[in-house]
Design a binder for this molecule. Structure first.
Ligand code: AHR
Length: 595
């Protein structure tokens, strides 16, 4: 029996409960959400031209003697033996080609000896030229060239292509910051991938936690997300080693782009500031911590300050005069790993400085501290599907007087690169528990969000993609269902004699909707009476949305993206007491209209 008591209200559902967490892991940013198609565009990734090759009889080398500027201290020296010689970039596992598509290319070039123009083309690995354009005249000192490349209607949809740059004659030239963008979300310059942003927008996130995770910290301090090196024109950003996840970051996806992303998704930033601890154990204390605290204050000013403030002016120069809304700042990440115990001191230093200048900001601690208060504590959970299915009730018995919780990373781990239905049932059970307890758990976000199918370093991720296509996991759909079919207040719900069923019911009094979300983790259909205690009348029809499959190991893939997707239908026979059946291995949301 399932009894929903509408006469007693449970907790108000935290309006900021559901967010997303982005960090550059599994090529989530570089080669992923960040739409740049050229891999190692600035030649800063190594002392050799990684991801580049020669064309024809050309020779090439990374050159530190001809920097573009003080940020991009390496360029590519190319010596062509004849016209048509040059270099090619392999992209991130191929350059995606689509018919009738316009690409924006740009490159910095100099050549004291060559006259004429370079040819820039997207060329299939079979030699077919899909799109081509030429630069302006070459010059002896650095000059930026911008080009438009357009594929024809007959172009294939393929990743079997490279970006090829060729010289007009024999001679030597230098290249720097060589970039190629396809159309981006909302047409932003230096923007983000359309399909992936659409998937994020459809989750209707309340906030974006960024930029990590381990990516924030780096293995060593020099590899942290050093935000001041991620603002301004992209050719002024040196980039950094993403040592946590094993590849180069150009920082083209920098602080301004993360903030624009929040605005484009209609959510607010949840900023994680580097707090003087990196993954291999380096930790900063005493006076040495002061510059890092100042960096955090400056970062908050960049985000929230008026355009007349020092850092607000930099944001305005980066194209966004209006401040961004900021309510929460997280100090560090997973500082329970810091065995030195320095977090107590580090948190206190950041707390005191931030609260003194921004008293309204809510601060999130990553592990408990005693000398200073915190508004939220960030808890992370990576567990098995069965542990998450059982964990639906973890917060039910929580001491309500304790600190409020931000579950900033969580996932039932089974399946790669994305979770299977079994994991989704765990995730939905767990999320039902978070919603039920959203007087305690004020915010949550699943992790990680993305994996490139060719770099699945972290096994289980919400969304996966190649350079051409992307798909949502069953867990994505389960979370989307529980987010978008949800009221504003929890209704106490009693579940009797229904083993394996995890339920949360919410009510939207303004819309007169009751949402019964039920996760059936068992392989047996559960048929039960649903009693809406205190409801006098309902509309006779309701809507039911179901995510289910006969096999709990069922999953989605690039080749079969719709194997496990939700289906909605209208159901009749709804009344204050009605009968419902919950399919085996399913997530179901029943929407009832009260009259
Ligand atoms: O989400 C993947 C990693 O898990 C994060 O970078 C880190 O915070 C956690 O350990």
């Amino acid at each position: 029996l399932l009894t929903v008591d509408t006469t007693r209200l449970g907790p108000v559902v935290s309006p900021q409960l559901g967010g997303i967490f982005f960090e550059d892991i599994n090529h989530s940013g570089e080669g992923g959400l960040y739409a740049e198609l050229v891999n190692n565009r600035s030649f800063m990734a190594a002392a050799t031209p990684l991801h580049w090759s020669t064309v024809g009889g050309a020779t090439f080398a990374v050159d530190t003697a001809q920097p573009l500027n003080q940020a991009l201290t390496q360029s590519l020296r190319v010596t062509a033996a004849a016209a048509g010689d040059g270099v090619a970039n392999e992209g991130f596992w191929g350059i995606p080609v689509r018919p009738s598509t316009t690409y924006r290319a740009s490159l910095h070039v100099k050549s004291p000896s060559l006259t004429g123009r370079l040819t820039v083309a997207i060329v299939g690995t079979d030699g077919t030229v899909h799109a081509t354009a030429t630069t302006g005249a070459l010059t002896g000192s650095w000059r930026e060239h911008e080009l438009t490349l357009r594929t024809g209607p007959g172009a294939p949809t393929t990743l079997n292509a490279r970006l090829v740059v060729t010289a007009p004659a024999a001679g030597t030239l230098w290249l720097s910051q060589l970039s190629l963008f396809p159309p981006t979300y909302k047409g932003r310059r230096n923007g983000l991938r359309v399909d992936l942003m659409e998937k994020l927008a459809a989750l209707r996130p309340a906030f974006l936690r960024f930029p990590g995770g381990n990516y924030l910290e780096g293995n060593v301090i020099a590899d942290r997300f050093d935000w001041k090196k991620t603002i301004g024109p992209v050719e002024q950003r040196p980039g950094h080693r993403n040592s946590a996840w094993g590849y180069w970051s150009t920082d083209g996806l920098g602080l301004p782009e993360y903030l624009q992303m929040t605005e484009d998704l209609g959510c607010v930033p949840l900023l994680c500031v580097y707090a003087g601890y990196s993954l291999q154990g380096a930790h900063v204390t005493g006076d040495a911590l002061k510059p890092f605290v100042q960096d955090a204050l400056d970062q908050i000013e960049y985000i929230t300050g008026p355009a007349t403030s020092t850092w607000g002016a930099r944001r305005a120069a980066d194209g966004h005069p209006a401040p961004f809304p900021l309510t929460h700042v997280e100090i560090g990440n997973e500082d329970w790993f810091d065995r030195s115990g320095s977090y107590e001191e580090r948190y206190a230093a950041f707390h005191d400085a931030i609260k003194a200048r921004y008293p309204a900001l809510k601060l999130i601690a990553t592990t408990p501290v005693t000398s200073r208060p915190y508004d939220l504590i960030d808890e992370h959970y990576y567990q098995s599907p069965s542990a998450f299915q059982a964990g639906s009730h973890k917060y039910d018995g929580r001491d309500r007087s304790g600190p409020k919780v931000f579950v900033g990373e969580w996932a039932a781990q089974e399946g790669r690169p994305t979770p299977d239905l079994d994991a989704a049932l765990g995730d939905a059970s767990w999320l039902a528990g978070l919603i039920r307890n959203s007087d305690q758990v004020l915010m949550e976000c699943y992790a990680p969000l993305f994996s490139h199918v060719n770099d699945n370093t972290w096994a289980t991720n919400l969304i996966a993609y190649s350079g051409l296509a992307s798909y949502n996991s069953p867990s994505y759909y389960a979370q989307q269902m529980l987010r978008t079919h949800r009221g504003t207040v929890v209704l106490p719900t009693e579940v009797r004699a229904l083993p394996g069923l995890n339920v949360v019911t919410t009510h939207d009094p303004a819309a007169r909707r009751i949402y019964v979300a039920a996760v059936n983790t068992s392989g047996t259909a559960r048929r039960t009476a649903v009693s809406l205690k205190g409801v006098a009348r309902t509309a006779p029809y309701g809507t039911v949305t179901v995510l289910a499959a006969a096999d709990r190991k069922a999953t989605n893939t690039l080749a079969n993206p719709d194997a496990v997707v939700p289906h909605s239908r209208s159901v009749s026979g709804i009344s204050p007491t009605f009968t419902a059946t919950f399919a085996p291995y399913s997530v179901t949301v029943l929407e009832v209209r009260t009259i």
